[in-house]
Design a protein around this ligand. Structure first.
Ligand SMILES: [Ca+2]
Length: 503
């Protein structure tokens, strides 16, 4: 029996039965859980006023120290820094994996990479209908959902992994994990289940949206800008829904807006290298910095629009990245010290590959300027979102809700955190982190992150008990370790490979 597939079915079945039970009894909107159980629509307008909207912005290959609030000195990120100043900064938050697809798979499903379909591989394996996503959990709890950007978990527009078949009511972007890495796409794709954003008749399938300025190799329409514009349009549409909703009608619903931007993933291209045009840096580094600052400005616009539309006070905004930084053609992660003090880059399970910036702002709920040092990970987002929505978390998740941390209450901790890649496994136990390899999961090294954030000194012999404990967790948590990793799919476009981690 395939443990993962079986587990997925059980989770989905359990959720359908349990959604709406009193999982969120400690929260002020617990009574709405009962309303949701009687029918999500019945919760009506009160929902939008009490359950928070959620905006989750995901950067791509952005390093732990690529933003000012995590130590970046030269790349300007005032909007992200403001999010941190007005909210909470997490020092020990981890991505789901060290490359794009497995990381997003963990984020969407509340599972670590031992239990997702992708494990640690970047192969283009789509989600199946039996996979339960956070979008489905929130939609079933009465939210309206939108994904703008790099979906990456279903390239086939008609297949079961397609975004509109995995819980998203609205989608705009390029779902293909490889194609999306061009910033001058000839077209993008849109799906608007009720037509409320596009103003067009409701869609049943993805609709192609041509970008005429990029036809024939043209470079007039920067794809990222289209995502940012759609994010603002989406907020406008939600605000309009709030304004026109009648207490006699169902809705308005709270919303979940997921914005997986592609910046600063290669290709390194931008309409301008401002505000760095006069810096004496290699051209690609000016572009890299300009891409991040451009995304930051768009995050500022999203925050301003939330405020203008009266949505700001009841919206949790999260910003993070899907994995660590990488070297590329003419780009060196070391140029901006993108990984900061951390060892390793994208594609490595050392901290630089998986520890990411993570900030959360929620006025009146998250204390301004707060810091959370608890070790948490992408698979904690689904149970967190479920709790915020007043829904029961599905069974058999690996994640735990970090709502307590957000609210400044004692945060339960993981017994361990676990990651897979084709070459390594990693386990964090308390302040220790083990790197394992080979079919027998040999402990390559054990590091005391409290004393040695850069993972330079192997303390496995001094802490043999911890090393063995970590190995036992990996053996129990992992996908079949003796089985060879799935091969990565051949990319359709050239993209720079991460430099192999030394040692
Ligand atoms: Ca990535």
């Amino acid at each position: 029996m395939n443990r993962t597939g079986d587990g997925r079915m059980r989770r989905r079945t359990f959720f359908k039965v349990a959604a709406g039970s009193a999982a969120a009894a400690a929260l002020p909107w617990a009574h709405l859980v009962r309303a949701a159980a009687a029918g999500a629509a019945a919760a009506g307008q009160a929902d939008a006023g009490r359950r928070p909207n959620i905006v989750f912005i995901l950067a791509d290959d952005l390093g732990y120290a690529d933003v000012g609030c995590y130590g970046q000195q030269r790349i300007k990120t005032p909007s992200i820094d403001r999010l941190a100043a007005e909210g909470m900064r997490f020092t020990d938050f981890y991505a789901g994996g060290c490359v794009c697809i497995p990381s997003r798979s963990c984020l969407m499903q509340g599972l670590h990479s031992g239990h997702t379909r992708h494990h640690g591989s970047n192969s283009h394996v789509p989600l199946e209908d039996s996979d339960l996503t956070v979008a489905e959990v929130l939609r079933d709890a009465g939210y309206t959902t939108a994904c703008l950007g790099k979906w990456a978990l279903g390239d086939d527009l008609q297949g079961p992994g397609a975004a509109h078949k995995q819980g998203w009511d609205y989608y705009f972007g390029e779902p293909n994990q490889t194609t999306v890495h061009s910033y001058y796409l000839p077209h993008m794709w849109e799906f608007d289940r009720d037509g409320s954003v596009s103003g067009l008749p409701p869609d049943k399938e993805m609709r192609k949206v041509p970008l005429p300025g990029n036809e024939g190799g043209g470079r007039k329409e920067y794809s990222h800008d289209k995502l940012a514009e759609k994010a603002l349009a989406y907020l406008d549409a939600r605000a309009a829904g709030l304004a026109t909703a009648s207490p006699l009608r169902a809705g308005p619903k709270p919303f979940f807006l997921y914005v997986p931007f592609t910046i600063p993933h290669a290709d390194f291209e931008a309409p301008s290298d401002e505000p760095y045009s006069r810096e004496d840096w290699p051209e690609t580094e000016r572009i890299y910095a300009a891409m991040i600052t451009r995304m930051d400005a768009d995050i500022g616009r999203i925050m301003a629009r939330l405020k203008e539309r009266g949505l700001d006070e009841n919206t949790l905004v999260i910003f993070t990245s899907d994995n660590g930084p990488t070297n590329g053609k003419d780009h060196k992660a070391a140029f901006f010290s993108s990984a900061g003090p951390l060892r390793g880059l994208k594609a490595s399970l050392y901290e630089g590959g998986i520890r990411v910036p993570f900030v959360a702002r929620w006025p009146g709920k998250v204390a301004p300027g707060a810091t959370c040092r608890t070790a948490l990970a992408f698979w904690d987002f689904l149970p967190t979102a479920a709790e915020l929505a007043g829904a029961a978390a599905p069974a058999n998740l690996d994640g735990i809700s970090f709502v307590p941390a957000l609210l400044g209450r004692p945060q339960p901790e993981h017994e361990f955190l676990y990651w897979e890649s084709p070459r390594q496994r990693a386990v964090r136990v308390g302040r220790f982190k083990a790197i394992l390899s080979g079919a027998d999961l040999k402990v390559e090294g054990l590091y005391d992150l409290a004393a040695d954030l850069g993972e330079q000194t192997d303390v496995a012999s001094a802490h043999a008990d911890i090393a063995q404990k970590a190995r036992a967790f990996a053996l129990a948590a992992g996908s079949r370790p003796a089985e060879p990793a799935l091969p990565d799919a051949a990319p359709r476009q050239t993209k720079p490979k991460a430099k192999a981690e030394k040692n």
